[in-house]
Design a protein around this ligand. Sequence first.
Ligand code: NAD
Ligand code: UD1
Length: 340
Amino acid sequence: MSTILLTGGAGYIASHTAVVLQQAGFRVIALDNLVNSSEESLRRVAQITGQAVEFIKADIRDADALREVFNRFAIDAVVHFAGLKAVGESTQLPLKYYDYNVAGTVTLCQVMAECNVKQIVFSSSATVYGAAAEVPIHERAPRSATNPYGQSKLMIELILEDLVAADPSWRVAVLRYFNPVGAHESGLIGEDPNGIPNNLMPFISQVAVGKREQLQVFGSDYPTQDGTGVRDYIHVMDLANGHLQALRYLQKHHGIEAFNLGTGQGYSVLDMVKAFSETNDIAVPYQIVDRRPGDVAVCYADATKARQLLDWQTQYSLVDMVRDAWRWQRQNPEGYRQID
Ligand code: NAD
Ligand code: UD1
């Protein structure tokens, strides 16, 4: 049985990936400093799969703590989710983002090399395409970034490319996620943002549950069918399956490959509001406001490469995404925090 280390293992995408990996027969070790998550997510994973997840509270920037983990467990591969992801905060605290994301990844790779573990799946983002000139976006599209968060993802991609060029025995899969949404169908695990959500889907869910008065729709004058921004929303369980397929791919391939993980289908902000309210039979009041600085009009993936090389295909529909997001929100109005 292969043993997989998930850095950032208690987070949103990692917890769903832990379910998929355990159900596929992998042993999962989760490492997290809990800066943006709770250990409760992993207890819930165990509830879903019937298998405990080994948890280590540690920081990826702490080389000694990482060494201890690699010495204690015979780790075959790392899925590297750990990092900070708030775009706005990254413009205020760029050094913190470069420290956690870039320096953290360098430390992780150094310890991996030392311990002769050279298989890694990295959580990148469609943000590395900047304002793409063409949609659907292909993996070969030029990369650029417009904020420190995006820069950190781009820098890490370049670092991993250099690492493989210097030592071709590494096996690296770079997964560029489009817009992850939804939750496991049990409603036991899901996205649990701190404070006011930055992203559309958790914001819609919090309006629906009555925590926020209304959604602000950022701009209705984009060159799209209804004037609102278009994105490639992907169910988090489809994304989780993409990690399983990437690990299987790495068992057979050396070198580095980047893959878009999206559905290839774009939906507007108003499409999302409509799908959420109609599927769940609940009102989502909204107001159109100015565009959010830095947003692009349209972004969706060409996911052909992942389909062909990873033998991966999305299975969840828009209705599944909004239904599962709402089930999680309704069952856990305070996320993982205990309500006494
Ligand atoms: P998340 O915040 O839920 O998960 C990240 C986890 O990493 C958290 O549990 C956090 O506590 C942990 N962490 C942060 N810094 C750490 C450190 N120094 N040491 C150890 N643990 C640390 O976010 P997520 O949405 O699950 O995202 C996972 C990864 O995917 C991130 O790298 C993110 O940038 C990337 N990504 C996310 C999205 C998205 O929309 N959610 C899109 C593209 C890429
Ligand atoms: C954002 C980040 C991106 C990151 C991605 C996933 C920015 C500029 N980009 O992308 O780097 O990789 O999240 O975490 O922050 N919207 C509203 N009202 C809201 C929230 C969003 O109308 O309250 C709109 C946005 O204008 C956009 C769409 O909904 O058109 C999706 O927004 P969001 O969920 O924040 O994702 P991205 O902007 O695609």
